[in-house]
Design a protein around this ligand. Structure first.
Ligand SMILES: NC(=O)c1ccc[n+]([C@@H]2O[C@H](COP(=O)([O-])OP(=O)(O)OC[C@H]3O[C@@H](n4cnc5c(N)ncnc54)[C@H](O)[C@@H]3O)[C@@H](O)[C@H]2O)c1
Length: 331
């Protein structure tokens, strides 16, 4: 399988590694900044395309990976589907549900063949939590808590065009909530503050948010996000049910325990950020993409999953703005 990579930034390099690691080939790379594409192609192989049309016209390309800024995803997605390519697209699908729906209209049934980059579904511990829940380990789930805290805010330029913390960051957690609950949230309440950096407020965003959701059967879910966390990249999930709880804790750098005059049983630090924390999950999502293609099966996480997560994020934004609970249909 040969893949054209659109984008050559932070996450694109992770995908180049994942594509190669899964035994596929990088056919070529396109980036608005040619030098960036040259660096990634130099490191992982493939040619450098002058534009998207050239990448899509390459007859050796069977699949396209979209890893460009969010506001470019739907245009590239529509073009890639029209060119008859299989598509992997980074999250979120777009900055607005309306544009994502227009895209869905244009690509039609191909939407079910598009994989969205919700890499956390491929994390071993989170997947195990979901499996044990489905096996009935804690009986019926009553409450799900998802904690996601970044070590430090991304550059303000990135945040200004990211679509805001709910669409850029909590979008992963909205997806994990759906993935684990197995039931659609139908009520969303969110509150947001600027507690970390006033510059984040100046670009119209929040850096600290709490979301509370409820499903039709009454199961509750909290999502807690911060753009700053003094002790590293904090990623935890707890499912609480009638018979007990399942907790996915942060993996530590190693199992060393340190005892000092003023500290007992101090443990090693957390991952620094998403690149090291989810390295295995990023690799696993590409293995899954190719395995499903080969088996003629739909991807593990589709355009419709991406759309639903975006709808929840947009409901969260409305809730913050209007200071009320937003209702959604279960659909
Ligand atoms: N799944 C994850 O864990 C994860 C992590 C980070 C980013 N992302 C997503 O990946 C996307 C890219 O984020 P990033 O952090 O890699 O950003 P980035 O800024 O590091 O990289 C974006 C790259 O796209 C290039 N570019 C800009 N406009 C372009 C265009 N019109 N056509 C082609 N190339 C263009 C830029 O030159 C840059 O090299 C975003 O949608 C983001 O939400 C996902």
């Amino acid at each position: 399988m040969r893949v054209a990579l659109l984008g050559a930034g932070r996450i694109a390099e992770v995908h180049a590694r994942g594509i190669k690691g899964a035994g596929a080939e990088l056919a070529g790379v396109y980036d608005l900044r040619r030098e960036s594409a040259e660096v990634v192609a130099g490191r992982f192989g493939g040619r450098v395309y002058g534009d998207v049309a050239e990448a899509l016209a390459d007859p050796s390309v069977e699949a396209v990976a979209i890893a460009t800024p969010t506001d470019t995803h739907v245009d590239y997605l529509v073009q890639a589907v029209a060119a008859g390519k299989e598509v992997f697209c980074e999250k979120p699908i777009d900055l607005s549900v309306a544009r994502a729906l227009e895209c869905l209209d244009k690509i039609g049934p191909a939407a079910d063949r598009v994989q969205i980059g919700f890499n956390r579904r491929f994390d071993k511990t989170f997947a195990r939590l979901r499996e044990r829940l489905a096996e009935g380990a804690i009986g019926k789930i009553e409450n799900l808590t998802i904690i996601s805290r970044d070590p430090a805010p991304a550059p303000i330029g990135y945040l200004a065009s990211s679509g805001g913390i709910l669409k850029d960051m909590a979008i992963h957690d909205f997806d994990m909530a759906r993935f684990i609950l197995g039931e659609e949230p139908v009520e969303v309440f969110a509150t947001g503050s600027v507690l970390v950096d006033p510059a984040i407020g100046e670009v119209g965003d929040h850096d600290s948010v709490s979301v509370v959701m409820r499903t039709a059967s009454g199961v509750q879910c909290q999502i807690l996000n911060s753009r700053r966390c003094a002790y590293g990249y904090d990623q935890r999930i707890e499912a609480f049910g009638e018979k007990g709880s399942l907790r996915a804790e942060n993996p530590l750098r190693d199992e060393l325990r340190v005892n000092l005059a003023d500290t007992t049983d101090a443990r090693s630090e957390l991952s620094t950020f998403f690149l090291d924390r989810y390295a295995d999950a990023y690799a696993a999502q590409w293995n899954s993409f190719f395995a499903n293609l080969k088996a003629g099966k739909p991807p593990a996480v589709t355009f419709r999953d991406g759309l639903r997560a975006l709808e929840l994020a947009e409901a969260g934004n409305r809730s913050i703005a209007e200071r009320r609970v937003i209702e959604l249909s279960a659909r």
